[in-house]
Design a protein around this ligand. Structure first.
Ligand code: E4P
Length: 220
């Protein structure tokens, strides 16, 4: 299962590349805003960090665009910046049309803001390389999200669509486990979520027990 870092902060991305060997990065307008840098600067800096690798970086078109041809024009401009870029397009009617056009021209699309199986289905039909159900957002607003990944996985499998599922807006370790067991191809989560998910109080307790035992044991 691929591991993507959901961030546009270059210090986080550098750490994630060096220490976790992440398979890529997903950005969105909020992450870019949080980086405190201009959009173009940020995406060029991230492109530089993964240059010469197969690691992909999802970069979103201007979310104000409602015309599919404008989405395509901007997507092509972004895709020309780096071969690592995957273009994020929202799942609106215009977004699906833009996705079809881009996929037909060999541009990888990450269909974003997915909250239902029909949205994932339409994105897959349009040729999206990735479909991104937003689990954390559903749960934040009181909807059950645990069935999303298994249902999207069955839908893709039933009809042979080649899109990969990115379990997105992951907020905790449990959501990573559920997505992995349900067959998500990729996870994207923020820096702190991964840090928290890779440690456990019992592990710390065990380390302490072993250190104490080690100290109480004569070496020879
Ligand atoms: C995924 O591609 C999205 O950028 C992301 O998961 C959205 O989550 P956020 O709430 O962390 O912005």
């Amino acid at each position: 299962m691929k591991m993507f870092l959901d961030s546009a902060k270059t210090d986080e991305i550098k750490h994630a590349l060096e220490m976790w060997d992440v398979d890529g990065v997903t950005t969105n307008p909020r992450h870019v805003c949080d980086s405190g840098k201009p959009f173009r600067t940020v995406i060029e800096e991230i492109a530089e960090l993964v240059a010469g690798t197969e690691k992909c970086v999802s970069v979103e078109v201007n979310p104000h665009l409602t015309d599919w041809e404008q989405m395509v024009a901007e997507a092509l401009e972004l895709a020309a910046i780096s071969p690592n870029f995957v273009i994020k397009v929202g799942v609106s009617e215009a977004g699906f049309r833009a996705t079809r056009e881009l996929a037909g021209n060999g541009i990888r699309v990450n269909a974003t803001l997915i909250h239902t199986v029909p949205q994932a289905w339409q994105a897959a039909r349009a040729g999206a390389a990735y479909v991104s159900p937003f689990l954390g957002w559903k749960e934040q607003y009181g909807d059950l999200a645990e069935s999303m990944i298994p249902e999207v996985a069955v839908m893709l499998e039933n009809y042979g669509y080649e899109s990969e599922i990115i379990a997105a807006a992951i907020r905790n370790s449990l959501q990573i486990s559920e997505a992995a067991l349900a067959g998500a191809h990729c996870i994207t989560a923020g820096f702190a979520v991964y840090q928290d998910s890779f440690r456990n109080p019992y592990t710390n307790m065990g380390e302490q027990i072993f250190q104490n035992a080690w100290d109480a044991t004569p070496e020879k």
